[in-house]
Design a protein around this ligand. Sequence first.
Ligand SMILES: C=C(O[C@@H]1C=C(C(=O)O)C=C[C@H]1O)C(=O)O
Length: 96
Amino acid sequence: MTTKTLTEQTGARTDEAASLIGDARERIDALDDRIIGLIQERMAVSAVIQEARISSGGRRVNLNREMDVLAHYRDALGRPGTALAMTMLELCRGRI
Ligand SMILES: C=C(O[C@@H]1C=C(C(=O)O)C=C[C@H]1O)C(=O)O
């Protein structure tokens, strides 16, 4: 097995930049772990709401609420925020 140098792994052209990128990527990996954990927590909370609504005779999906969630993400992150929220809603309530 050949081990790549940090410079090869990062695409940087100097050791200084490679070191900075290596450190920053560790932070990104840690942030991604937290984001994934938060999404999983959100999925569990969303499931509780959906089950309560279905048990009460209602529907799984509530489109008015989903519009508010989409607007929240769009206002914070712009147009890509809408796409992100749509993916997250699909994770939380499945495809409709
Ligand atoms: C969680 C709910 O149920 C569903 C899931 C939603 C979500 O994950 O944000 C939003 C609306 C509903 O389609 C809710 O009504 O709040």
